[in-house]
Design a protein around this ligand. Structure first.
Ligand SMILES: Cc1cc2nc3c(=O)[nH]c(=O)nc-3n(C[C@H](O)[C@H](O)[C@H](O)COP(=O)(O)OP(=O)(O)OC[C@H]3O[C@@H](n4cnc5c(N)ncnc54)[C@H](O)[C@@H]3O)c2cc1C
Length: 507
């Protein structure tokens, strides 16, 4: 069968890619190895609880549905079918070794005032920071609108401060704003969401995420992320797209450095001259394409990138309400200290117990039956330690020990007793994620963002990374890096790029 484009993987990136192309009149085939769309954007039931598999906070959507992601969902014709609820606070952070605790409201002014209360004399630098955030937001919107080919003159004249800070790390820029050290550390609390410490993470990337959360408020879908996945998929079908589940691609056919089609594990063959992968380049270049046909540069680039965070998630259904348990916040970032470099190093070891706790009912009261609570504890690991030591014999013991430790840490940090209230518990490890998504080593955050390989260089070099004609990457391993909004937005951007290339060839 011949198609204009084949999309491999129906995760966030794949779904938006497929829908964008279909909406533009292309004949698209979407292939997914699981039995439902969404990849990790899904949910599952245990007893009387329906657990969200991954989403804590959706960025760039906004309480008033005016963020970049909301605009994209409007364009794709799905926004009216989604019900979002705003999270009433930004972050709440607790440190175990230094006994600190800070909670921040939404809204720029309120956020600055709260920081001034915690860190006197931080106000001026915080104001400058948020002013810069606004310029970053506008500059990124311009970059997106140019599809990775901006006019450098426009960048320099319209966004001069953005250009100055574009290649620096979060910490370097905050220091240059003369922000007091404590305020810098507190402000960097969200670093685990982007999976890189403040000395490595790109200022632009972090600033755009934090600004979106503080100014526009984070949101979550009332019916979990599965609602978004299903809505995108249904719209794709409505427009005539073809989707096949339980269909795993085992080979990408390449001839004369041009993709020609795919073969599945069931030995079906589908043809298309555009193939967009919602999976890692590691998997594509090492398993799906004959190694003799992989260009050296593609292999070199993939090998030079480090894998991002792996994760252990504990999904808890508790038989008491948040009030009964004393859980008053939505998110609990629990670290040993506020020094992200130190904590990042700690998180290379298996015994790392830094975690993010999320109380779903504190954003949406009816997220579970009355007088119950859904609590997620997620702990990141920045190495392949877990996969290296796990085997058939120790897996369940290891999982149990890990879960018990994280629950203990959460109880110690918050002073709330949750163990006696556990009605349902499920634990996902890197092994679970690897099996479910096929991502290497069960990575949940794509590639690690480093000083020289982060959001901007990726966006600017997007075209140079097309080593095989017709082959593109979207999703968490794509040009906008990992995260829900990044994956959706990259799906759209890459689909448009693929069409542009096709149009050039036809002319
Ligand atoms: C526990 C957890 C918490 C998170 N929290 C947040 C958060 O709060 N906010 C946020 O913005 N981001 C969060 N993220 C990150 C975010 O979920 C991901 O970055 C994003 O969903 C990745 O989407 P993706 O398109 O790369 O696809 P994936 O979800 O990785 O999906 C890839 C799809 O491809 C399919 N596939 C793989 N191989 C094949 C093949 N050979 N043939 C056919 N199909 C194949 C897989 O089955 C899968 O469905 C979280 C992630 C996790 C796991």
């Amino acid at each position: 069968m011949n198609y204009d484009a084949i999309v491999i993987g129906a995760g966030n990136g794949g779904l938006v890619t497929a829908l964008t192309l279909q909406k533009k009149g292309q004949k698209v085939l979407l292939l997914e190895k699981n039995n439902v769309p969404g990849g990790v954007a899904t949910s599952f039931k245990r007893g009387r609880f329906e657990f969200e598999a991954s989403l804590h906070e959706l960025c760039q959507y906004g309480k008033n549905a005016d963020g970049d992601l909301a605009k994209l969902f409007k364009e794709l014709g799905v926004i009216d079918k989604l019900q979002m609820v705003a999270i009433p606070e930004t972050f709440h952070v607790i440190t175990l070794d230094t006994n600190e605790e800070y909670t921040f409201p939404v809204g720029v002014e309120a956020f600055i005032a709260q920081m001034e209360e915690y860190v006197p004399n931080s106000k001026k630098s915080m104001e400058n920071f948020f002013e810069l955030c606004e310029e970053v937001k506008e500059a990124l919107a311009y970059l997106n609108s140019t599809n990775g080919q901006p006019d450098k003159k426009v960048l320099k004249t319209k966004y001069p401060n953005f250009m100055i800070c574009a290649s620096y790390s979060l910490n370097t820029v905050l220091k240059s704003l003369k922000m007091p050290k404590k305020a810098r550390q507190i402000l960097s609390t969200y670093w685990t969401y982007l999976g890189s410490p403040s000395s490595k993470i790109s200022f632009v990337h972090y600033a755009s995420m934090l600004y979106s959360y503080v100014k526009d408020q984070p949101v979550i879908p009332i019916n979990k992320s599965h609602e978004i996945s299903l809505t995108l998929y249904e719209e794709f079908l409505k427009l005539g797209g073809v989707g096949k589940f339980l269909t795993e691609v085992s080979k990408i056919i390449v001839e004369n450095n041009q993709v020609e089609g795919v073969e599945t594990t069931k030995k079906e063959i589908y043809y298309a001259k555009t193939i967009i992968c919602d999976i890692s380049p590691n998997l594509v270049y090492s398993k799906l394409i004959d190694s003799t046909l992989v260009p050296k540069k593609a292999r070199q680039l993939t090998n030079s990138r480090q894998l991002g965070a792996r994760g252990v998630c504990i999904y808890l259904g508790l038989n008491k309400s948040p009030e009964e348990l004393g859980l008053t916040n939505y998110s609990y970032f629990i670290y040993h200290t506020l020094d992200s470099n130190k904590e990042f190093k700690r998180m290379h070891q298996l015994k790392s117990d830094n975690l993010v706790g999320v109380v779903l009912n504190n954003a949406y009261k009816d997220a579970s039956p009355q007088k119950t609570t859904i609590l997620y504890l997620t702990s990141l690991i920045f190495s392949s330690t877990f996969s290296k030591i796990v085997n058939k014999e120790n897996y369940f013991l290891l999982k149990e020990a890990y879960a018990e430790n994280l629950i203990d840490v959460f109880e110690t940090a918050t002073g709330c007793q949750i163990k006696d209230a556990i009605e349902e518990i499920e634990v996902a490890t890197p092994v679970t994620f690897a099996r479910y998504t096929n991502q290497p080593d069960g990575v949940i955050y794509g590639y690690l963002a480093t000083e020289c390989d982060n959001l901007l260089p990726r966006l600017m070099n997007m075209d140079k990374e097309n080593y095989i004609d017709g082959l593109f990457f979207a999703g968490g391993f794509g040009p906008r890096l990992s995260g829900y909004s990044s994956s959706y937005l990259s799906g759209n951007m890459v689909a448009l790029k693929a069409m542009q290339r096709k149009a050039k060839e036809t002319n």
